[in-house]
Design a protein around this ligand. Structure first.
Ligand SMILES: Cc1cc2nc3c(=O)[nH]c(=O)nc-3n(C[C@H](O)[C@H](O)[C@H](O)COP(=O)(O)O)c2cc1C
Length: 385
């Protein structure tokens, strides 16, 4: 029921472990496979520098999760609350190391596709070609091109990389888009025309971030770059929806997936597979099976026999624009508890609150703020024409 074809890879389900620490060594990949992953994208492989030292380092500590103003509260995650993940540097495997990892996992009986992420140097296409050759020879089932590129980090996609790699290998080539400020409707077709068999979006947001502990008057989260987590999901969903409308190749949705609902959102917007990263740090590999179980229950409830039955269903419903100047006003219904929360947020002073009863006057502009704020669904937007 959950099986998908992703650029020629046969996956038993669409839930893939994203490229990061949860796929950084052989045991990690085995754990992912044992916990229901449909496939794994390995931690990105890069060349060692001129001194033989792999690029990247091993800053400690380097991870920070948070979902409250001052840190991380696991109870909120259990309830599906927001959390974010920030990273500092972490070590990257060299091609030699990844060849050992592939050998180990294949001999160890891992029977899901292992997609090797590669990351060459900016504008050095030969570095990408060589990495691709080495990893195909080592047994990679597909390649994902880490669109961040290694040093200096750039934030645009380069179709020439897809061309060079596609010419070099026979296995499927997936380009991971990383440029949050790029126009996916323009760039995604360029990547496909250049040779990409599939696309991933939207990868790590390469912004800097900092948080401050006001009592101790110092940062509680050190300067970090590379952001993921649920708070960025809405940005990535919009990006993926544009990709899906612009290209016919399969898309893997990534960023902010922590539950089956999040996975289904990406699929409804056209993704064929989804990738999970930060949720594994917060909840462990078991989150993969939970996402699959939840998705299967959803599909049974809705009468879907396959992922294709509902893939892209929400795309046609994306509003191009809102109609202007409709005769619409907010109206309070019987669910109102009289909490009064909406009153202070009305910029048009249209909400009256007397004897714990709420009413809305003709001064209402129809903007919808109170309607979106009400936890009790006690405000409706109605036409008064
Ligand atoms: C610690 C860490 C290391 C990562 N390393 C890589 C990497 O080597 N290559 C890559 O393409 N993405 C890397 N990513 C990005 C993830 O694959 C993913 O795109 C991002 O975390 C968003 O997903 P999430 O919201 O589920 O965390 C890394 C993310 C984290 C948190």
């Amino acid at each position: 029921m959950l099986a998908v074809d992703f650029a020629g890879l046969k996956l038993k389900n669409p839930v893939i472990v994203a490229s990061a620490t949860p796929s950084i060594h052989a045991d990690a990949i085995k754990r992912a496979a044992a916990n229901g992953a449909g496939a794994v994208v390995t931690k990105s492989v890069i060349f060692a520098d001129a001194n033989g030292k792999p690029a990247g380092n091993n800053a400690k500590p380097r991870f920070q999760l948070y979902n409250t103003p001052n840190g991380y509260d696991p109870r909120l995650t259990e309830k599906g609350g927001m959390f974010s993940f920030f990273r500092f540097q972490e070590p990257y495997p060299t091609p030699e190391k990844m060849a050992h990892i592939l050998d180990d996992v294949k001999k160890g009986g891992v029977d899901i596709p292992v997609i090797v992420s590669i990351c060459g140097f900016t504008d050095d296409y030969d570095s990408w070609r060589k990495l691709a050759r080495l990893m195909e020879d080592a047994g990679a089932d597909a390649l994902e091109l880490n669109g961040h590129m290694w040093s200096p980090v750039v934030k645009y996609s380069d179709p020439a990389i897809a061309t060079v790699v596609k010419r070099e290998v026979k296995i499927p080539v997936i380009y991971k888009m990383m440029g949050a400020t790029e126009e996916p409707a323009k760039v995604a077709p360029q990547l496909v025309a250049a040779g990409a068999d599939a696309l991933t979006g939207l990868g790590t947001f390469g912004f800097r971030a900092l948080e401050v502990d006001v009592e101790n008057e110092k940062p509680w989260m050190e300067m970090a770059h590379g952001l993921g987590g649920t708070w960025l999901r809405a940005v990535s969903l919009a990006f993926v929806s544009s990709m899906a409308q612009a290209v016919d190749v399969p898309i893997s949705g990534v960023t902010g997936i922590q539950s089956w609902e999040d996975a289904v959102k990406y699929i409804l917007l056209g993704a064929t597979t989804v990738q999970v990263c930060a949720a594994i740090y917060a909840r462990g590999y078991k989150v993969l099976q939970e996402i699959n179980d939840g998705m299967e229950a959803y599909m049974k409830r809705k009468g879907y026999g396959s992922i294709e039955d509902f893939r892209g269903k929400a795309l046609a419903k994306i509003a191009k624009s809102r109609p202007n100047d409709l005769p619409i006003r907010a109206v309070v219904n019987e669910k109102c508890t009289g909490c009064g929360m909406c009153k202070d947020s009305c910029m048009f002073d249209a909400i009256r609150f007397e004897n714990r009863k709420t009413s809305i006057t003709e001064a209402c502009d129809g903007c919808g703020v109170c309607w979106s704020l009400c936890n009790f669904r006690a405000i409706e937007m109605r036409s008064f024409a």
